[in-house]
Design a protein around this ligand. Structure first.
Ligand code: TRP
Length: 473
């Protein structure tokens, strides 16, 4: 293996935990989880999500950190060094690197919207506008390719700047600064949400004690939990925990060989889940207090939340904090995605970090332009956007952006997760695996539970997501 100098390592256990939690906590928690909860009718979805995190997500997270820490190498090299020469397992590493390119390319576009909303809430403040005007701001942003591309570019430059700083000086430092500020902003917004009259109904909604009164007052058909909700919860758990493409293999590869991966996995998953729940406890009170619909899908954070802010005292001050929070969460996740692509060039090609980061970041930036241009979800723009969408994924009835989201969320991540789980559960030598799991931890007695879950429950869950995505069940 060629290598660009000394391999980076985390400076401290806390630094690693913050960086890994920073990867996990992102748009998935603050944008994705609340809108999915709303779309699937609240409480029961939350419960299923929690079960999915504990029984499916957590074992995979331990498997990823196990692979990374053992191999001290990024995904492609890790699968190569842990399997026999010429074996197809290396493909799992490859899927991961491809997924990193694709995910970051659209992730950065959404993060760009969030940055635009910081700008909007400072300059415009949403106050004094009608709900229609505010939700139109989102459609007109999504239909404005130049503006979306500009913010996407700025966000990518920021991400490149951080990753170029290396493991300790880039990823870890950024997490140490941004994660505490993220928790601070969450708390401010949470306390504010608790003072609104929407808090009580939101609490009932999220914990599953449905408030028929409130829902009928809001009118409209309220979405309910359905068969598909199970799989949506599971897919969301993978994405939110950053699983299935080797991001945590890569982060694990910067751990020293004695580090405890069992309790750190539990801490990281708990932090990630707490933030997702807090985001729901922030968003639903203001949605209800302002009489908005919980179940309207991906536009919830961008089209609805500003409406709520515009109607509430203090909203003008809190709106920028909210979108700053969303942006900060996106940055610490985006760096983990870029790190996977970057570490491939460093470990496999022997490039310097600077060169690897700039090349990977530029490629991803370019790959994201069609997502920025193709408009937000389901919004086929005119002219160029139309042409682009027709020429690419039009035959599947999707625009570029939606196609990329579906491809990774429903196919690449579950496939990667399946590969990782199967590899660790059936391929890695039993004794080395048991020793590895038990290294540095006081929770070694969980070993057989871990293996049992990886062998049986995890593959069933992951296969169900894939089959559903292919419309086979
Ligand atoms: N987990 C992040 C979020 O919730 C997104 C993310 C970062 C991710 N790295 C990942 C998702 C790796 C899947 C794989 O927004």
């Amino acid at each position: 293996m060629a290598s660009g100098g000394e391999r980076g390592h985390w400076g401290s256990r806390l630094g690693f935990i913050l960086a890994a939690a920073g990867s996990a906590v992102g748009l998935g928690n603050i944008w994705g989880f609340p809108y999915m909860t709303g779309r699937n009718g609240g409480g029961l979805f939350v419960l299923i999500y929690l079960i999915a995190v504990a029984l499916v997500g957590l074992p995979i997270m331990m498997a990823e950190l196990f692979i990374g820490r053992t191999a001290q190498n990024s995904p492609v090299g890790a699968f190569r060094s842990l399997s026999r020469p010429g074996s197809p397992w290396i493909g799992v590493g490859w899927v991961g690197v491809f997924a990193a390119f694709i995910i970051l390319s659209f992730y950065s576009v959404i993060a760009g919207w969030s940055m635009h909303y910081i700008w909007l809430s400072v300059t415009d403040g949403f106050a004094g506008r009608t709900p229609d005007e505010i939700s139109n701001m989102f459609s007109s942003l999504a239909a404005n390719p130049e503006l979306c591309t500009l913010w996407h570019g700025i966000f990518m430059l920021l991400t490149i700047g951080i990753v170029a700083g290396g493991v300790k000086g880039g990823l870890e430092l950024c997490a140490k600064v941004l994660m505490p500020s993220l928790f601070g902003m969450l708390l401010i917004l949470l306390v504010w949400g608790m003072t609104t009259e929407g808090f009580a109904p939101a609490f009932k909604y999220i914990t599953g004690m449905h408030d028929a009164d409130l829902l009928s007052r809001l009118g409209a058909d309220q979405p309910r939990f359905s068969g598909r909700s199970w799989l949506e919860a599971l897919g969301q758990a993978f994405f939110s925990l950053s699983l299935g493409m080797g991001a945590l293999i890569t982060y694990g590869s910067y751990l020293n060989r004695k580090a405890d991966i069992v309790s750190t996995s539990i801490i990281i998953s708990a932090l990630d889940t707490t933030v997702a729940l807090l985001a729901a406890f922030i968003i639903f009170p203001i949605v209800f207090a302002a009489g908005q619909q919980p179940g309207q899908g991906p536009g919830l954070v961008f089209a609805t939340i500003p409406i709520a802010f515009s109607m509430m005292p203090g909203g003008a001050l809190l709106a920028p904090i909210f979108f700053l929070l969303l942006t900060v969460a996106a940055i610490t996740s985006a760096v983990s995605l870029l790190e996977v692509a970057t570490s491939y060039f460093i470990d496999e090609r022997g490039w310097t970090r600077g060169r690897a980061t700039i090349l990977a970041g530029t490629l991803i930036g370019l790959l994201g332009v069609p997502s920025a241009v193709s408009g937000g979800s389901k919004m086929f723009g005119q002219g160029f956007a139309n042409l682009l969408n027709t020429l690419t994924f039009g035959a599947y009835g999707k625009n570029w952006f939606d196609a990329f989201v579906d491809l990774t969320f429903n196919l690449m991540l579950p496939l990667g997760a399946l590969g990782i789980a199967t590899f660790v559960a059936w391929r890695v030598g039993g004794q080395a695996r048991e020793q590895g799991f038990k290294t540095g931890t006081t929770l070694g007695s969980l070993y057989w539970t871990w293996i049992g879950l990886l062998r049986y429950l995890v593959p069933i869950g992951v296969l169900a997501v894939i089959l559903q995505a292919l419309n086979l069940i």
